[in-house]
Design a protein around this ligand. Sequence first.
Ligand code: TMP
Ligand code: ASP
Length: 248
Amino acid sequence: MADNKTPLYEGKAKRLFQGDEAGTIIQYFKDDATAFNAQKKDIIIGKGILNNLISAHLFPALGELGIPHHFIARTSPREQLVKSVEIIPIEVIIRNIAAGSICPRLGLTEGEKLDNTLIEFCLKNDALGDPVVAAEHILTLGIASPDDLVEITEMSFRINDFLSGLFFGLGVRLVDFKLEFGWLETAEGRQIILADELSPDNCRLWDIKTDEKLDKDRFRRDIGGLIEAYSDIATRLGLEIPELTPQA
Ligand code: TMP
Ligand code: ASP
């Protein structure tokens, strides 16, 4: 367990520790829930365990599809071993249905099907409030190259197609989600791979029959029942849920 070590980095939902082998990192999933750039905060016991479980299931599934990713192994209920990457400081948002921040921003109604799947980029910068930017801003700021953005976009749409189908088969609509990518140094040069996590913390998931929200909007909007909703997703994915004990 990495519980007693000093983290390399502490984010809102995870702590990152050096792995035993060079080039590896341990991601420790916390129970901290934040929203609106951490203006709203709480601890929801077991959330980190469920996110670790779900993410550890989805990354290898994407790997089977040929998406390169950082995940190596889930090593404990709250930890997973991943490849060390340099995170590209953009959040990639894919939207199939209008929900969340895009509704007030563009005057859309929540639940409206978008005519085409939309990709948005946000700067990963808490001080600036993660602003939505155009691809041209990313190029101007020198964050990524045109080829990098083409690769990120293609991978993001493939991930969307796969995850939309996977969740549809489980009676769940994939409304939108956020991805992060990183640069991995390899003998052949720098490669872009999927990083961070994929969980109900960074996806909107609605039950197809009832439209019930099975994601972090239950926290953002004070609906309650977050653990039940995340557990429902894990169970539909066929995962065995460990005991949801508090974090160290
Ligand atoms: P938004 O509608 O609030 O912009 O969120 C779009 C998607 O991105 C949604 O699935 C939640 C996810 N997301 C994150 O994972 N992290 C964030 O900081 C934000 C704002 C959204
Ligand atoms: N994780 C983000 C934060 O605290 C927001 C969100 O997921 O809505 O700020």
